[in-house]
Design a protein around this ligand. Structure first.
Ligand code: ADP
Ligand code: MG
Length: 371
């Protein structure tokens, strides 16, 4: 089985009395049978968007389709149970007074006993929870509860499963493993899945496609690679924490930064408009050189590579990722910073009030603290 495509077309929702739209003109396609991550900070409108898709809320405008069928739209509101959409809630996903088996059976009341047993057997095997079926939620680990909650949603054989922050209650050490389980289970089930997360690492690791949502609006939909390598807006770049956002100026056909000159994606408009260029950490080479302009500030061992923070003469800090094999550069050593890419993505800087339109250096560079 492959689940249907989910389509949102210009969906808007404002809660009564709210100053801002919770969901603002959101358009999105979750491809059939794939996993889409809805990534954004707290308050971005992610849960509201899922609830609109599930039918727990009505949009003010816009159309939601499951496959080709309109489930929300002008004059149309299909009941949640009739949408073929399952929901795995963020908190309290399981009924505490029911065993895992009873939790799964709860959504299957309309089936005969034989069918119900068959469904529970199949989904238990898929989610590897056979030996957990007679336990109560408090007798299960966070990851096991997660698998049971997923099993309960999948047992209904809905085409689309929505998961709200499925990893949020899971121990940090187990996230990768549980994430891999979830990916395997969803992949094997063929269900179209949309999962919400505020953690870009989870989104990149688990999803086929990532939709970045900020202030109610979908800023970008792309593969993890596309979103990471080419964020659509400066806000997306900042939110996912891409390492190097550097002040830049357009000079004719190229843009100029403190570490070199590049051709640019997205540098339009007059020459004197301040820009920010995105230079990936992997695209910077460090060469030990006593006359070099950079000074190594710190470095972090990352298994396959070493991540350096290098101070430039302006005070700007850049992050560089160097493959292992060479001996590590000591803090305080001088280096030349050599870009190995010819093209960078550029964004116009929104004029900061009271700062004369100059990019505020401190706010441009917000390197993630760890790594
Ligand atoms: P997220 O899941 O991304 O953290 P939400 O969808 O929960 O964001 O919330 C988006 C915005 O809508 C927030 O400003 C939130 O306060 C508001 N909001 C969410 N649900 C309701 C509600 N039932 N009534 C009023 N405002 C709400
Ligand atoms: Mg939420």
């Amino acid at each position: 089985m492959t689940g249907p495509r989910l389509t949102l077309d210009a969906v808007t929702k404002t809660f009564p009395g709210a100053a801002h739209r919770a969901v603002d003109d959101a358009s999105l396609i979750a491809p059939a049978g794939r996993i889409l991550a809805l990534l954004g900070p707290s308050g971005a409108g992610k849960t509201t968007l899922l609830r609109l898709v599930a039918g727990f809320e009505k949009p003010d405008a816009g159309v939601i389709r499951v496959g080709d069928r309109v489930v929300s739209g002008p004059g149309v509101h299909v009941r949640p149970e009739a949408r073929g959409v399952g929901f795995v809630f963020q908190h309290g996903a399981l009924f505490p007074h029911l065993t895992a088996r009873q939790n799964i059976a709860f959504g299957l009341k309309q089936l005969g006993a034989g069918d119900r047993t068959e469904r529970i057997g199949a989904v238990s095997e898929l989610c590897a929870i056979q030996r957990l079926l007679d336990r109560y939620p408090h007798e299960l680990s966070g990851g096991e509860q997660q698998r049971v909650a997923l099993a309960r949603a999948l047992a209904r054989r809905v085409g689309i499963v929505l998961l709200d922050e499925p990893m949020s209650s899971v121990d940090v050490r187990l996230r990768a493993e549980i994430g891999a389980d979830m990916r395997r289970i969803l992949g094997a089930s063929g269900t179209t899945a949309v999962f919400v997360t505020h953690d870009h690492a989870d989104a990149f690791a688990l999803a086929d496609l990532v939709a970045v949502m900020l202030h109610g609006a979908i800023h970008q939909v792309g593969t993890p690679e596309e979103v990471y390598r080419s964020p659509a807006t400066l806000d997306v770049a900042r939110f996912i924490g891409v390492p190097n956002l550097m002040p830049a100026r357009r000079r004719g056909e190229v843009v100029e930064t403190e570490i070199g000159i590049f051709t640019a994606n997205g540098a339009r408009g007059p020459e004197d408009v301040p820009l920010v260029a995105l230079v990936q950490a992997e695209d910077l080479l460090l060469e030990p050189d006593n006359a070099g302009a950079g000074e190594v500030e710190s470095s972090v061992f990352q298994g396959r590579s070493r991540s350096y923070r290098v101070r430039l003469p302006s005070g700007l800090m850049v992050r560089c990722s160097a493959p292992l094999g060479t001996s590590p550069l000591e803090p305080g050593s001088r280096v030349r910073v050599i870009p190995t890419c010819a093209t960078v993505s550029c964004f116009p800087v929104e004029a900061a009030p009271g700062k004369g339109g100059q990019p505020a250096r401190d706010s441009l560079l917000q390197p993630p603290e760890a790594g």
